[in-house]
Structures are given as structure tokens and as C-alpha cells.
Design a protein around this ligand. Sequence first.
Ligand code: ADP
Length: 607
Amino acid sequence: MTDQRNHSVGFVSRIFGVFGYSRRALHLVWTTSRALTFTLAILTLISGVLPAAIAYIGLFIVDGVVAAMTSSSPDMRRVLWLVLIEAGVVISLAASQRGISVSQSLLRALLGQRVNVMILEKALTLQLANFEDSEFYDKLTQARREASSRPLSLVNRTFGLVQNAISLTSYAVLLSAFSPWAVVILVGAGLPSFFAEAKFSGDAFRLFRWRSPETRMQMYLETVIAREDGVKEVKLFQLGPRLLQRYRDIFNKLFVEDRRLALRRDSWGFVLGLLSTAAFYGAYAWIVITTMNGGITLGAMTMYLVLFRQGQTAVAASLSAISGMYEDNLYLSNLYDYLGQAVPVRKGDAKYGPEPQRGIEFKNVSFHYPASNGKALNNISLTIRPGESLALVGENGSGKTTLIKLLTRLYDPTEGCIMLDGLDLQKWDVEALRQRIGVIFQDFGRYQFSVGENIGAGDVRYIDDAERWATAAETGMAASFIEEMPDGYETQLGRWFKGGRELSGGQWQKIALSRAFMRSDADILVLDEPTAALDSASEAAIFDHFQSESHNKMTILISHRFSTVRIADQIIVIHKGEILEQGNHESLLAMNGQYAHLFKLQAKGYQ
Ligand code: ADP
């Protein structure tokens, strides 16, 4: 018994506790457009009051007609005036309702944009690690899918509720002249439906939350099946039907749950709705009997019946607005969960290090990814002085890219420290640090922008600077094929937009290289297998170029090509996150270890 009571108290407090986001949503809407919110509020007030006024005028009309029928000198003009006034009020009501709908659609557009921008702005402050975390990704997806429409819906419902509450109060004032019990019946009959609605809204929301991984899988399948980068493999490996089946299976599974909920929701809605119909007809009979007994006039009867009917609609609308607000609040909790995701505070603010001649130093650096136990890097120590180059060699998964992610502060080491110019990376201002580094990852971006922007993206300060594009493209060996394209640097790349031109893998790579070279003041260049799609002559030339251009630059190259690796001042062989061998080409060959073995293996291939 107590348990049951606790349960219901919990349910009720949960219902009301969840309305906490209403204030934030109102604030959001208010700050989005004060003028529109204000207009909406005024029009809502007007539309709240007018229906009762219409019913009240009706009373005088009917009683006027009844009086005219029994009088010897009927006052036709007065009744006709009343009809005219009622028509005027009805027109005003219609006008204010139109006004509400206009304000709502304008606000919807503004607010949708604002919330989407908020979501994207937040995304910019997040860490790479956040995006690699599937639970977080679910939050992001949920926020993006629903939350942009919910704040307005919440506000519309709040205003709708206010409007109905005003109407109801005015009906109640008029109706209580008949009997206060009529008011009690009116409100009481709607309550059961309200609690049922609130419960089902909660269930629907929980379904939505649980489902996020499945929904994301569906979205992913759509991408694989229907986007140009997936199509090749889907066709040649004949994956299509199988992927589509998986898509259908997910839908079918979700649909069963949806159907169950919809059926339960609507059967309960029907049963509880009967209750309020019964209340209405009970009150109807009561009013009719009172009239026949001469208790009230015919005009009053007409008015009470209209009031009761409209009152009931208003109660139903208010209660469904409240349960809708409950639902909106639940969805908004997602948005605010996402927006409230903690962002690590920026620690460092140094823009220069005290000893530039010391270059990059890794001191006993170890790292494991948040989601995994094993160390991706273990006790790495290395030094690159200005003007030197380092090549990293090792099989896939040995930790080479991870090392770069630490250097660029996409992740922070779990043990040890990394120094640049004699200063711990943690003390560097992240933006200043990144300004120093030009990097191309294996999975570099292929932006569906123009060639120029693809290159200019390497340094946003000069993203539109055509002269710099050309210089960078020259260094990245992309200039020759760009100049052959009809629109040169203006050519749209990729197939997503009209007139877009697709490049070969090697050409994309040259564009990405040029992008890295846009950072002309960067003195650290990181090439993470950038050249897999390039011929070996280009690879060596690019590597050489960067070295010879300035004596103070540092280069880190990850490559499986020993013809390039051998040029580096220093070569490190990484195996399972640890340094296995370290030296230059000659010394490593002389050591006759893993490097020598791999080098000879590859050299044999060329003989
Ligand atoms: P390499 O660049 O040498 O091929 P990586 O540095 O990419 O290797 O990967 C090193 C190890 O870290 C691998 O075992 C890989 O599975 C793991 N790893 C890479 N990225 C992540 C990540 N985001 N989360 C968890 N583990 C990762």
C-alpha cells in the first residue's frame, strides 16, 4: 500500500519535476525574438477572452428574441445590433488566431536555426574523444533530431495553456452563476485523461531514448546505401539487399513497440474520454431540467450549454497542452544534457617556449584510450631538434597515429610529458600550438568545396587568398593538374554539388598536402601516410622539399615506403606501442634488426 503510494507520489513529482526546462525554453524563445514573443503573448490573451464574450452576447440575443416574440412592440434593432457586434468579435478572434499562427511560424524558423547553431557551436568546443564515444554520440544525435522543434512547441503549448486557462476562468465565472458544481464537473472529468497522457508521453520518450543506437544504425545504413562514397563497394560486393534487409529489420522491431504504445495510448484515451462525455451529458440534462422548471431563461440555457461544451474542449486542450509540455520538457532535457556536457577548461596560455632550440621532446610518454585498457603507447621517449626529420615505421595499429594525436593535443598523455621549445604542451595555448603544426592524417578531409577553399582551409586566416593557394599547391605538387581544370581554383570538388568534379585518390592527396603547406609559418609538418596514393618519386620530392625550404623546420613522417623513410635524419621503429629500434638508416641497417629485415624485404620486391 505504502509502496503504491510512494510510487504514485514519485510519478506525480516526476511529472511536475520535469517541467524545469519550461523556464529555459521561454527564455530561449524570448531572447530569440522579443517582438514576436510579445505579439504572441498579447494575441494569446485576446483569443483567450473573446470566446466567453461571444457566448455572453449570445445570451442577450436569445433572450432578446424570446422577449420580442412575447412583446407587442419588438425591439428588432437592438437584437440585430447584437448580432452585428457578435460578428465583429468573431472576426477579431479569427484575426488574432491568424496572428498567432504567423508569429509561430516566424518564431519556429528563427528558433530552429538558433538551436541548431547552439548545437554546432557546442560541437566545436568538444574533444575528439567525445566524438569517439558512442554514448555521447547518441546524445548529440538525439539533440539534433528533436530538440530544434521542441522549445517552440513548449512555448506554443504554454501560451495555448494560458489562453485556455483564461477562457476557462471566464467560462467558470459565467457558469458559477448557474452552479459552482458545474465548474467542478467540468474540470474533474478531464483529469483521468491527463494522467494517462502524461504516463504515455513518458513511455514514448523512454522508447525514443533507448532507440538512439538503432536509429543511428538506420541513418548509417542510409548513408552507406545511398551516398557516393559507399556505392562502389555496395555494388561490387553485392551488399545492397543485405543492408536493406537490416534496415527493414530495425524498422520492424521498432514498429512493434510503436504499435503497442499507440494502441494502449488510444484505447485508454477512448475509455477515459467516455467519462468526460458522460459528465457533459449529465450536466446537459441538469441544465435542461432547470430551464424547464423555470429556473433559468432560454437565453441562459443556450449560453450555459455553449459554455459547458466549450469549457470541456478547453479543459481537454489544457490538459493535453500540459502533457505535451511534459513531453517537450523530456526532449529538452536531452538538448540541455548535450549543451551541458562538460568541456575541459583550457589550461595553457603560452604562445612561445623558452628554448626553441630544444624542439619536440617526448619524455616517457604512455597513453591509453579512454575506452580501452591496453596501452596504445608505452614509455615513449624521443627528441626532434629544429631542422631534423623523424620517420616512424611500424605495422598497422602499432601506435604511430596515436603519437601524432598526442603531439597535436587531440589527446593528452596518461603518463609522461611532451615538451615543445622547452615547455610542456599542457602549458601551451592550444590554438598557438596548432598554428605551429601542419598535419595531414591518413583519413584527411575531402571537402565538397572549391579547389581553392580545399587548399585555403589549411590556414583560415588566408582561406580566400588565391596567391597563397597557388604557392601551396606548387609545393604540394597539385598546381599542374589544378591549372588544367577548366575553372582552375574555382572548380567545385566532389560529386555532391552541381558541377562538382571528382579527383583521383592521388590528386586528393596532393590537395591535402597543399592544404598542409598553406600553413607557411608552421614549422612542424606531420605526414601520416600521406603519400600512400602517391608515386614514390612525388613522395620523396615532397618530403625533401619541406626539409630544404627552411633549416628550422621539423618533420615527422609515417610511411611504409623505405625509399622515403631512409632519407630521414632519425628513424624509429614502433612495435605494439613501444620503441623497438631507433637510429638513422645506416645505423639501423648495421644493427640488422627489424628495420633491416623490413628494408631488405621491400628492396627485394624491387629487384
Ligand atoms: P597506427 O597509426 O600505428 O596504425 P594507431 O595509433 O592508429 O596505429 O592505433 C594504435 C592502437 O590504438 C591500435 O590498437 C588501435 O586499435 C587503438 N586505437 C586507435 N584509435 C583508437 C580510439 N579512438 N579509441 C580506442 N582505441 C584506439
